[in-house]
Design a protein around this ligand. Structure first.
Ligand code: K1U
Ligand code: ZN
Length: 189
């Protein structure tokens, strides 16, 4: 299993536009596998390439057993609005309510190079939008009002010293702790 370091807020790569993928190589497929392993270790539902220090336009998602690899994804239709709480593996322990489109249709290329279309609502629609934002250098905190963003950044300032070099290293002990918190959320200290 390969768990990659996760870039956290402040890392410049999180703010850079990604580069479209031109070719599905063995190396890209290995990166996809490592991104799933990292996402699972972090107890996330999605992960975008810049979060693991890569500039390819690529994201992975898994919600309730539905696995999606989206290479060069584009939102081609969106409708409605929906407000819900969001987190980000690159801004650990910070959550905020964000307005998003309630339903989206996304076109993308899969791990084998086949173009596909997915229509989604609920958490999947939200996660697709969050991940596609990552591919354009955008983070969920960018949607917050001035006051909410200031309060959120103040909370982050207290946290960020836990991440030397702006990297979140998922050691076996951290991974076990995240697994325990996920399996027993009410017993959290
Ligand atoms: O891209 C990321 O940082 C992953 C992020 C995806 C995401 C979660 C929630 C709403 C939109 C996008 C996460 O996986 S955060 C952690 C998480 O598992 C989670 C948080 C809130 C609701 C459900 C899951
Ligand atoms: Zn995120």
């Amino acid at each position: 299993m390969t768990v990659l370091p996760i870039q956290v807020l402040g890392s410049s790569i999180l703010r850079v536009e990604t580069t479209p993928v031109a070719e599905i190589t063995d190396e890209l497929q290995q990166l996809i596998d490592h991104m799933f392993e990292t996402m699972h270790a972090a107890q996330g539902i999605g992960l975008a390439a810049p979060q693991v220090g890569r500039s390819e336009r690529l994201t992975v998602i898994e919600i309730e057993g539905e696995r999606i690899v989206a290479i060069n994804p584009e939102i081609v239709e969106e409708s409605g609005t929906d407000r819900a709480e969001e987190g980000c593996l690159s801004i650990p322990d910070i959550y905020a309510e964000v307005d998003r489109s309630a339903r989206v249709v996304v076109e993308a290329t899969d791990r084998e190079g086949q173009r596909f279309e997915i229509e989604a609502d609920g958490l999947m629609a939200r996660c697709l939008q969050h991940e596609i934002d990552h591919l354009h250098g955008k983070l969920f905190i960018d949607y917050l009002s001035f006051l909410k963003k200031r309060a959120t950044m103040a909370r982050w300032e207290l946290q960020k010293s836990k991440y030397p070099d702006l990297l979140r290293i998922l050691t076996p002990e951290v991974i076990q702790r995240l697994r325990d918190d996920h399996d027993h959320p009410d017993e959290r200290l």
